[in-house]
Design a protein around this ligand. Structure first.
Ligand SMILES: CNC(=O)c1c(C)[nH]c(/C=C2\C(=O)Nc3ccc(Cl)cc32)c1C
Length: 278
């Protein structure tokens, strides 16, 4: 049952994107906090409106402790705006956390980074599990799309670019993804696949350690060369060789050598470190 915008009090803007703005809102009936993502669809083509509908339908399908929870959607025809009501994550996003570390010349605790890796693997496992003939690709894993709730749980969010890859359908592949986290196969014009999400996860974990992406460059051409070469500096010396090994596995240039989510979750190194955290 869809609600109405009058059911919510808008508190403040918490983020803006190319097609949307996120607000912190409070539901008047219960005082609970939520985020609504306001997406203007007035100028959108029919194709873009369909992509929007598929994002919302995708969100409503996903229910997992490590995926930002979708609650409702409100279509406000008067302003041609779609409001997507989602879970409030009071710990904010990892991009803000990385910025805070850089400003204070501090690093994130290794135990926290193992927790993020492990819980993100569970989020992607939910996306990649084989619902009959459907594999959900996030396609935009980056620190700004990973959130923390008040209990320290890690939540993958903002499936703005996610697509449902119907195994029996041929989709025109548009190259997407945050440039820094783009995988070698996508740069070479190949299909975005579940191993591309694994590559982005490797970039995310590396950036949590080093506070900068594994591959950088003055322009896209140089960045692309660096990514295809696949060479990156070791994470800072105070982090363990085990963490370096797992990141190196995730950042295997050949996607067929990259581990699946199940292989990561059951890797002896991961099992050992996560057991120490729980
Ligand atoms: C500095 N960041 C914040 O204060 C912050 C906080 C406390 N929460 C958020 C963002 C979200 C949040 O709390 N829930 C969300 C669900 C979907 C999306 Cl796309 C974003 C959010 C942000 C950006």
């Amino acid at each position: 049952m869809s609600g109405h915008i009058e059911d919510y009090e808008v508190l403040n803007v918490i983020g803006t994107g190319s097609f949307s703005t996120c607000y912190k809102v409070q539901k008047k009936s219960n005082g609970h906090l939520y985020v609504w993502k306001a997406v203007g669809y007035g100028g959108m083509s029919e194709e873009k409106k369909q992509l929007l509908v598929s994002e919302v339908n995708l969100l409503s399908e996903l229910r997992h402790p490590n995926i930002v929870q979708y609650f409702d959607r409100i279509i406000h025809k008067e302003t041609a705006t779609l409001y997507i009501i989602m879970e409030w994550c009071e710990g904010g996003d990892l991009a803000t956390l990385i910025t805070k570390c850089k400003k204070s010349n501090s690093f994130l605790d290794e135990g926290f980074i193992w927790r993020v890796l492990y819980q993100m693997c569970h989020a992607l496992h939910e996306c990649h599990r084989n619902i009959p003939n459907i594999t959900i690709l996030h396609r935009d894993i980056k620190p700004a799309n990973v959130f923390l709730d008040g209990a320290g749980n890690v939540k993958l969010g903002d499936f703005g670019l996610a697509r449902i890859l119907h195994k029996d359908a041929s989709f025109a592949q548009t190259v997407v993804g945050t440039p820094y986290y783009m995988s070698p196969e996508v740069i070479k014009g190949g299909k975005y696949n579940i191993k591309s999400d694994i590559w982005s996860l490797g970039c995310l974990v590396y950036e949590l350690c080093s506070l900068s992406p594994p591959f950088t460059g003055p322009n896209i051409k140089h960045l692309a060369l660096k990514i295809k070469e696949g060479k990156f500096s070791r994470i800072p010396a105070h982090y363990s060789d085990d963490l370096q090994k797992i990141i190196s596995l995730l950042l295997s240039v050949e996607h067929k050598f990259r581990p699946t989510i199940e292989m990561i979750l059951h890797h002896p190194i991961v099992v050992t470190h996560v057991a120490q955290e729980t």
